[in-house]
Design a protein. Structure first.
Length: 159
């Protein structure tokens, strides 16, 4: 099984490798690897509420219908993500501005002092991967560029 995610964004030159944490978050890793059965591109934006995070939503149409309805349970839970952690978060339908479908979000955290506190309250997320140590400083630099630039798109692939 492939166990590394490659994340790329050309404008900021973001190029980071993240190791999957299959033993700590097996159901989440299984969902993410199924989603990444082929490379994906997601919209991304610097998070407004959570701190040093690039937030990227998975198009739920790209997921198995059973996953859309139930979603894996929270595993390897956190409410205070650390730099380099990738966190999966499912926001229930109608919880965020009345959105009719659940939101499946991947948070790419590039600095410490982050928190999963939203206008709808604290939501624990699942840490399912960690950016390799040698890619963390370049990740932080690239995410600072993304923060200044606004919306972007992230490219995701299993390697």
């Amino acid at each position: 099984m492939l166990n590394t995610i490659m994340i790329h964004e050309p404008v900021s030159r973001l190029h980071a490798r993240a190791s999957l944490l299959g033993e700590k978050a097996p159901a989440i890793v299984s969902m993410i690897t199924a989603w990444l059965s082929r490379p994906r591109i997601t919209p991304a934006i610097h998070a407004m509420w959570t701190g040093p995070e690039i937030s990227s939503q998975i198009d739920i149409a790209e997921l198995d219908p059973a996953i859309r309805e139930t979603s894996p349970p929270v595993q390897n839970a956190t409410i205070y993500p650390l730099a380099g952690e990738l966190v999966f978060l499912r926001i229930p339908e109608r919880a965020w501005d009345g959105a009719p479908n659940p939101i499946f979000d991947i948070g790419l955290f590039y600095g410490d002092r982050a928190r999963l506190l939203f206008p709808i309250g604290w939501l624990p997320g699942s840490v399912f991967a960690r950016v390799v140590p040698e890619d963390r400083d370049p990740l932080a630099a690239a995410c600072t560029i993304i923060r200044s630039a606004g919306r972007t798109r992230l490219e995701w692939a299993l390697v």
